[in-house]
Write a protein that binds this ligand. Structure first.
Ligand code: URA
Length: 238
C-alpha cells in the first residue's frame, strides 16, 4: 500500500512536471471513480488506482512492463537516426517515465520486444548470465540444409567473439525458413551466425522470450500490451 498526492501520482505516470500536473488537476481534467478531483492535498492510495485524464482512463503502474509486436523500420536505440524509434509507437508519457527497450532488435527485425521503466528488471533480462532463451524465425536467401542446421548447433565462430556461438535448438520450418533458439544476445547474432554458416538472413522475427510467446499475446504488428505478473513469471529462467 502506498499513498501519494494526485500531482505526484500523475507525474510518476509520465503526465508531465509536478507543476503541470497540478494545473491539470486544478483545471478539473482529472477524475477518479467518476468524481472530478481538484484538491491536490489529499493522499490517494495508488494500488489498483484507475484515473481519468481528458476522459481517457489510465491504471496506475508503479513500473510498466510492456510487450510490443515490433514492426519493421523502427529502431530500438534511444537516439534513433535512420528510422523512427520504437518509443514513438507507445503513448508519449511512457517516454517521459523513461521506458526503454529491453535489449535490441535490428530495425528490420519484427516481433516480440519487451519494454520497461524498471531498471533492475531491464538489467536482469539483459544479463548474459541469465540464459533466457529467445526464439527467432529466420527467412533465408538459400535453402536451409541439414548441414546448415548442424553447423548452427555445433557453433560458429564470429568475428570479435572469443569462442564459437551455438544455437540451443535449430529446426527447419520450411525450405527457406528456420527456427533458431539463442541464449546470448550478441549484436546481429542470428544474421551473423547464418552468414558464418554460409547462408544469408533476409527476414527475422522474434516469436518468444523465455516462456512468453508473442502469438499468445494476440498482438498485431505495432500493437502493445502490459504484461501481468503471470506473464512476467514466464520470462524467468527455469
Ligand atoms: N539477431 C539479429 O541478427 N538481429 C536481431 O534483431 C536479433 C537477433
Amino acid at each position: 500500500m502506498s499513498k501519494l498526492t494526485l500531482d505526484r501520482i500523475l507525474q510518476s505516470q509520465g503526465f508531465g512536471s509536478r507543476k503541470w500536473c497540478s494545473e491539470l488537476i486544478a483545471a478539473g481534467e482529472v477524475s477518479i471513480a467518476g468524481k472530478t478531483i481538484t484538491d491536490n492535498r489529499v493522499a490517494i492510495e495508488t494500488s489498483g488506482l484507475v484515473f481519468k485524464i481528458f476522459d481517457e482512463s489510465w491504471v496506475y503502474h508503479r513500473h510498466v512492463y510492456i510487450a510490443l509486436n515490433k514492426p519493421a523500420d523502427f529502431e530500438c536505440s534511444r537516439k534513433a537516426s535512420h528510422h523512427p524509434g520504437v518509443l514513438t509507437i507507445l503513448p508519449e508519457q511512457f517516454t517521459r517515465r523513461d521506458v526503454q527497450p529491453v535489449g535490441r532488435l535490428d530495425h528490420d527485425t519484427t516481433g516480440l520486444l519487451l519494454m520497461s521503466d524498471d531498471g533492475p528488471f531491464i538489467h536482469a533480462q539483459s544479463s548474459p548470465k541469465r540464459h533466457i532463451p529467445k526464439v527467432y524465425a529466420a527467412t533465408t536467401h538459400d535453402p536451409v540444409t541439414p548441414e546448415l542446421v548442424a553447423k548452427l548447433l555445433a557453433g560458429v565462430k564470429l568475428h570479435d567473439e572469443p569462442a564459437p556461438l551455438a544455437a540451443v535448438t535449430c529446426r527447419l520450418l520450411a525450405p527457406h525458413r528456420l527456427e533458431i533458439v539463442l541464449e546470448q544476445g550478441k549484436y546481429h547474432q542470428v544474421k551473423r551466425m547464418l552468414a558464418a554458416a554460409g547462408n544469408h538472413c533476409v527476414a527475422l522475427r522474434r516469436s518468444q522470450i523465455g516462456g512468453l510467446k508473442l502469438d499468445a499475446l494476440g498482438l498485431a504488428e505495432g500493437e502493445w500490451c502490459y504484461l501481468d505478473d503471470a506473464q512476467l513469471v514466464l520470462l524467468k529462467p527455469d
